[in-house]
Design a binder for this molecule. Structure first.
Ligand code: NAP
Length: 263
C-alpha cells in the first residue's frame, strides 16, 4: 500500500474507495461495510473535488477542494504532499482532469490508476441514438420529439439553447446558468433515482425523448429502464476517449487490489 494516496473524485466510486481505505470509516463502502480488512491505519487518503457542486457529498479521509492549476500544478501538488499513488476516479466525462492526471503522473513518476465504471449497455426494447457530443445530441432532437428530458448536467445546457421550439426538462444538482433553451423547466435533484420516480417524472412532464451521457455505474439505470418501458427514444452521448497508457480498472475492489500490489 502507498503511504499517501490521492483520489481524484467527484463520483460515487471515489467515495466508496475512500471509505474502503480509511480506517474507521463506515460510510458508503462498496460492499456495504468498511470493516473488511482493507483499511490500513498507516495510509493517508486525500480526496480531491473540483468544487463544482455547492454542497458536495464529502468522502471519508482528508478532502481538498478546487483545481490544481493544470498538469504542472497537479505535479507540484503530488511532490509537495509526497503522494505515492493517484487513483483517477473522476467521472468518465471529466476529460480535462484525467488528461492532467496522466501528464502529472508521467512528469513525476507517481503511479496512476484510472477507476472507470463500465458504460451503459443497451438491451432489447431500447431505442438508442448514440451521438458524439451534446451538440450532436441537439442536432438529433428535432427529428425525435418535442418534450425533452435532459440529464446531461448543467454544464451541457448551452448546447441546446438554440432549440427554441422544444420543451426541455433539465435535471441537475445545482441550478444551471444561462444560456438555456427558452422553454426550460429546471428540476433540481441528485441521485440515486428509483425506477418508480423516473417513471413518474417522465409521465408527469409528458416527455417524449430522454438525453443522457453514457455515464454508466450500473449495466442500466432507472431512467433508461423507464424510457424503455414507455417506448421513448434515448439520445446517448458517447464517452470521450480516456488518456492512453493509463492502467484502468472497472470497480472499487480491483482498485484496492492494485493499491495493495507491489510495484
Ligand atoms: P474537467 O472538465 O475534466 O476538469 C476541468 C478542470 O477542473 C480541471 O482541469 C481541474 O482544474 C478541475 N478539476 C476537475 N476535477 C477535479 C478534481 N476531482 N479535483 C480537483 N480539480 C478538478 O471536469 P468536469 O467534467 O467539470 O468535472 C468536475 C468534477 O465533477 C470531477 O471531479 C468529476 O468527477 C465530477 N463530475 C463530472 C461529471 C461530468 O459529467 N463531467 C459528472 C459527475 C461528476 P485544474 O486544471 O485547475 O487542476
Amino acid at each position: 500500500m502507498p503511504r499517501h494516496l490521492l483520489i481524484l473524485g467527484g463520483t460515487t466510486e471515489a467515495r466508496q474507495l475512500a471509505a474502503e481505505l480509511v480506517a474507521g470509516s463506515a460510510t458508503e463502502s462498496a460492499a456495504g461495510s468498511a470493516a473488511r480488512g482493507t483499511a490500513d491505519p498507516g495510509l493517508r487518503v486525500t480526496s480531491s473535488l473540483a468544487g463544482r457542486v455547492a454542497q458536495p457529498r464529502l468522502p471519508a479521509g482528508e478532502v481538498r477542494i478546487g483545481g490544481f492549476g493544470g498538469p504542472a500544478g497537479l505535479a507540484a501538488w503530488l511532490r509537495e504532499h509526497r503522494v505515492d499513488a493517484v487513483v483517477d476516479a473522476t467521472h468518465p466525462f471529466a476529460e480535462g482532469i484525467s488528461r492532467n492526471a496522466a501528464e502529472a503522473a508521467a512528469r513525476t513518476g507517481v503511479p496512476l490508476l484510472a477507476l472507470r465504471r463500465p458504460g451503459f449497455e443497451p438491451v432489447a426494447g431500447d431505442h438508442w441514438h448514440p451521438v458524439g457530443s451534446p451538440a450532436e445530441a441537439a442536432d438529433a432532437l428535432p427529428g425525435l420529439g418535442r418534450r425533452i428530458m435532459l440529464t446531461t448536467g448543467r454544464q451541457s445546457l448551452a448546447a441546446f439553447a438554440h432549440l427554441t421550439g422544444l420543451f426541455f426538462l433539465a435535471r441537475s444538482v445545482d441550478a444551471p446558468e444561462p444560456p438555456l433553451p427558452p422553454h426550460t423547466e429546471i428540476l433540481l435533484d441528485r441521485g440515486p433515482f428509483t425506477l418508480d420516480g423516473e417513471r413518474a417524472v417522465l409521465r408527469a412532464h409528458r416527455i417524449d425523448v430522454l438525453v443522457t451521457k453514457d455515464s454508466g455505474g450500473a449495466a442500466t439505470a432507472p431512467k433508461l429502464t423507464a424510457a424503455r418501458e414507455l417506448g421513448l427514444p434515448v439520445v446517448v452521448v458517447r464517452r470521450p476517449e480516456p488518456p492512453a497508457g493509463v492502467p484502468t480498472v472497472a470497480d472499487v475492489p480491483s482498485a484496492v487490489a492494485w493499491l495493495a500490489a507491489d510495484r
